[in-house]
Design a protein around this ligand. Sequence first.
Ligand code: ADP
Ligand code: MG
Length: 637
Amino acid sequence: MTHERDLTGGSEPRIRVLPELVKNQIAAGEVIERPASVVKELVENALDAGATRLVLDLEEGGAKLVRLVDDGVGMGEADLRLAFHPHATSKLADAADLEHIATLGFRGEALASMGSVARCRLFSRPRGAALGAELENEGGKVSAVRSAGGAEGTRIEVRDLFYNTPARRRFLKTTATELARCLDVVQRLALAHVGVGFVVTHDGRRVFDVEAGMDLGARIRRIFGAELASGLVPVGELWQGIELRGYVAPPRFAARDTSRQVWCLNGRPVRDKLLVRVLKEAYRGYLIDARQPAAVLSLALDPARVDVNVHPAKSEVRFRDERALFGFLVAALRKAVAATDMATPGEGLLAVAERREAWSARFAPPSAGSAATTSFEFDRAGAIAERSPLRPAHERQAEFRDAAPFVPEPPLAPRPSFAAAAEPEPPLVIAAREVSARPGERRELDELAGPFLQIAKTYLVRATADGFEIVDQHALHERINFELLREAAATGRVALQRLLAPELVEITRAQAELVDEHREAFAKLGLELERFGPTTAAVHGVPARLAKPDVSALVRDVLALVEESGRAPDAPELFEEVLHRAACRASVMAGDPLSEDEIRELFARGRGLSSDQTCPHARPTRVRFTLADLEKAFHRR
Ligand code: ADP
Ligand code: MG
């Protein structure tokens, strides 16, 4: 150790008051974390100065230069002399002022902090003054103030951020990331301050602007795009002196994170857990849990009712009486959310609908497959044309339900299963096993006659010779497809059906490598893949035995599996699992409405399978009830 500690308590004091520069650098650690914090502090100062037009120039994501020019009230020479002084501010006079802060700044720390970790130059000319003045602060060394020419307002340049604190400089991310953060800050402030114009350039190119005259709707459109903006529903409510205004977007614009949520409190963009929860609650039931809704909202209330001095960056706040506020906000927002247009399908929904409607053709015999079916599947426009004459699924559903009520077999019909065996009624488990073990033909006759009933678009009910059964449509279809593939694979190579046009599938970089590496192994499994770009695979062929698979989902699933396991797709341990994923993606899903003919076709294909009781992952495909069970349930015996 080079620094021996003196623990003897000598006459020299060990405690020192830190030099001003070190104090400021420590403070800077809290206020100035990255270029975006510089941008935030400078823009806030300009807004506090009453500016209506701000021009922000950035270089290298703000790390090399942040320059802001505003048309605010400006500073005289006396003010300039104090501006870089720590805890020097024009916005507070005494402790009582802290109780009702109406400006964005008030701590007097920002300029001093920046000056200690960058090379700053500040010019200002008060409104109406004949001349301006300027001074510099380079790493804490403040120059004298001297007169200088320039426009009314203030211009501040912050260069070479963290040039004298290399440890911090190393924490900066790429230029693109830092720029994105700077833009996020500016855009949130631009949403909070309608009436103020903003221009942002980066390395000389204009990257963002809003004119002073653009209203909130126009600003949202500029920042989040026309599609989101066109779906907005306005909110405007007043409760106990608290005003809530802004817009909520339909649930389909939700994002994985809160990047599409903007909350402003008295003109200050805030990120607050309470407000995130408010939105979650307002969208409850309209949105799955993992998603965060899109909304731009502002709250105006008496500054005395909220504490913004919780954190140096002032992005977190504390409300007095959170509970009541929460209730008011949720109620007001829920009304607006319910009024959004939830029906308009997004891209994903369309794709699902397309798949559902294409389903009828899926049971076409393999021989009829190839060219015609393929063009149907892969020509989006064609698929849509094909779909349009069909009535909506729910209509067909209702009709089917009326036409085909569940009617059990006549009670007097002979029961071949048990008549043959001259023994008392066997228990359920044995009965089920016996039924499935019996040769196919004997139950086909009964079981394919119908009628059938589809419940919750997932379960199929049909009468059997001695009771009824409930079948999971996806599990059964998956098992059928799996057996087809396994049969095909038994020949050593799964026959492949070439697509008329290759389908492009977005994959990860790592998966693209796998496509190249295992090309031949995929081909053995009936998948002809080719790397098409750094993150794209072209699919040229799929297993011939699968009618109408969801190609991109299939390829992505299989690649993910290969990636996870680190093995070749045709490795013995992986092989069955690959076939299973493929089978899954070529199967009807839970939630797909089926017509009676489709149900019959599915059952027909399922008959004669030796292992039709479970899906390839051992979930049961069907649950059976015998008459004996029913009799027991109804206390008939
Ligand atoms: P704070 O904003 O918390 O007061 P700052 O360090 O950000 O502290 O700024 C110090 C003071 O400098 C401000 O109180 C304000 O009087 C003055 N000032 C800073 N930027 C501007 C500006 N763009 N226009 C006018 N005055 C400014
Ligand atoms: Mg400030």
